[in-house]
Design a protein around this ligand. Sequence first.
Ligand SMILES: *Cc1c(COP(=O)(O)O)cnc(C)c1O
Length: 390
Amino acid sequence: MSTETFGFETRAIRSQLERSQYLEHSVPLYLSSSFVFEDAEDMRASFAEEKDRNIYSRFSNPNTTEFVEKICQMEGAEAGYAFATGMAAVYSTFAALLNSGDHIVSASSVFGSTHTLFTKYFPKWNITTSYFSIAEPETIERYIQPNTKILYAESPTNPAVDILDLEYLGALAKKHNLILIIDNCFATPYIQNPIQFGADLVIHSATKLIDGQGRVLGGITVGKEDLIREIYLFSRNTGPSLSPFNAWVLSKSLETLAVRVEKHCENAEKVAAFLEEHPNVKTVKYPFLKSHPQYEIAKKQMRLGGNIVAFEIKGGIDAGRQFLDKIQLCSLSANLGDTRTIVTHPASTTHSKLTEEERLAVSITDGLVRVSVGLETITDIINDLKQALS
Ligand SMILES: *Cc1c(COP(=O)(O)O)cnc(C)c1O
């Protein structure tokens, strides 16, 4: 049987490291900072990269290799490198590929720390960024300059779950010879594969749905081999690599990614449908609701709608805060993609430092609540939201 023809779940479960002499069924944890050489010639050839082998766990380790190979397979990518966190993946990817004087065109609504990287730190190295509005993707070309090297976006976005047309971004990147990088964290490799639509690189915060159980931090970048080679060389020298332990946890998590994500999405659809009917809810945003402004695009590029539901509570900031105070079962936490349902109110927390105008530009209204729908019994999740909304 050829592994190529196996389905997503089979490959997620069955593609693993070769068994050791002990014939273990489940892949063991290789907690070893370095690896030994047979002799001087083996050592020389290994360092000269004439052999594909582990030398030192900052470069590679059996557990990180397994994790990278599984994600590459899921995303349809040639190669990858795993990082200690999602932000290490974002930072190292840009730092490896950009030179002083280069320019980035990014969607305006990107993860908070990514935005900080672009606005506060990259200018120190004379790397600048222009932002296009998610609501006006037709304006992107206006921001492209002769020194633009990277086109960057997330879809669905955080926290407002807006959708960008990946096929359109892929075509634009090709036309202007840009590297298209997509942060695919909210979708997971099970729901959406940006490489299929022309992305050169895909980034994940593995901390979210890939771990899915709120235990470990991790990140990964996968995509074109020549670009990954640059990222790998930068990273093996700067040291943001994923620990073998976290890689081992994450590889186990991938075995259940499909079933977990299916259930997350089933629960999220029910939460979205409940909220749509509630009199104290002004609007609901969920990619697979017909009322979502980019519903058609979501259907084209996503297998399921994801586990994040955003809604606008009537009564603005105060109503949002009161809602959080009344929540009993769900958690108030900064994470997402956990088995436990999490609710956040961006205007009074993560995005409170922005002015109202800046918030509105990235679709964060005062009453916006983000729900990361978990895997608890659906009636319990809905009952908690119901009593908090009353
Ligand atoms: C959480 C997140 C990150 C950062 O990942 P960490 O693992 O927390 O460093 C990057 N992008 C998106 C979209 C995220 O949700």
